[in-house]
Design a protein. Structure first.
Length: 255
């Protein structure tokens, strides 16, 4: 069970801005945060710094400095060695922090880089498995003829979840950050994020981490392959990351 008191918490996210999903929780737990990539550029990093600064956590953040593109390229090349090196750096950070609980991105098949967070954490803890790991749901596509998404809530098949109600003051700071600081995230996600009602934002959700690599299903569509097919047809990309051909071999080498 995720603990409020007497626990040392670390958060490992693939991209900056993901912390908004648990912005109330951060205010309560006061964790250390590790960001694997720049999320595509310095502006996104700066928004995260500003968001964390607004709740007094800017000094708690560690940015490993990898470019987002380097993570995509390594998946395309099935470069397990690259990801082993990332995991080793995360291991060094966690060894210093000695957390008893760790939060990381959930495997949701929305973005393959998001989905590398849990395998990296598993590899980083291979020699020090004492910490309990929780996945933070961000967004995943559900099945159907029209695109539909669940935001900051896990798929029903994930089973038990931990619901974390946040205080009215924490919620106010979260909404303020969403509307005034995280402008790139708001532009990217649009109404999926900007029109989330306060009562939904007021209950944050995490879940015990999967013990085995999850597979896509009807409640968690393999969205990044669908998106890649469209980009290939338009000529916007030359190669596509696939679940079975790219993500699974690399993730399996870490898990």
């Amino acid at each position: 069970m995720l603990r409020r008191d007497g626990a040392t918490t670390a958060v490992v996210f693939s991209h900056p801005n993901h912390e908004l999903a648990i912005f109330g929780m951060l205010q309560s737990l006061r964790p250390s945060l590790v960001y694997l990539t720049d999320g595509g550029g310095e502006r996104r990093v700066e928004e995260t710094r500003a968001g964390l600064r607004s709740i007094g956590l800017a000094e708690h953040a560690c940015f490993l400095g990898y470019t987002e593109q380097s993570f995509y390229d390594a998946l395309l090349e099935r470069d397990a060695g690259f990801y082993a090196d990332v995991a080793a750096r995360v291991r060094d950070v966690l060894h210093e922090l000695r957390p008893t609980q760790i939060l990381c991105d959930s495997v949701e098949f929305y973005n393959p880089v998001h989905d590398m967070s849990l395998p990296i954490v598993r590899a980083a803890l291979r020699e020090e498995p004492a910490a309990e790991i929780f996945e933070v749901p961000l967004v995943h596509q559900t099945d159907g003829e029209e695109e539909a998404y669940r935001v900051q809530r896990p798929a029903p098949a994930c089973g038990a979840v931990v619901e974390w109600p946040i205080s009215s003051a924490e919620l106010d700071r979260k909404v303020e950050a969403r509307d005034r600081i995280y402008t790139m995230l708001a532009a990217q996600m649009g109404p999926l994020l900007t029109e989330l009602p306060r009562d939904a934002l007021a209950v944050e959700v995490v879940m015990p981490a999967a013990a085995e690599l999850p597979e896509p299903g009807s409640d968690r569509v393999l969205r990044y392959e669908r998106r890649a097919r469209l980009l290939l047809e338009r000529g916007d990309i030359e190669r596509a990351i696939t679940y079975a051909g790219h993500w699974v071999p690399v993730a399996t080498s870490l898990f």
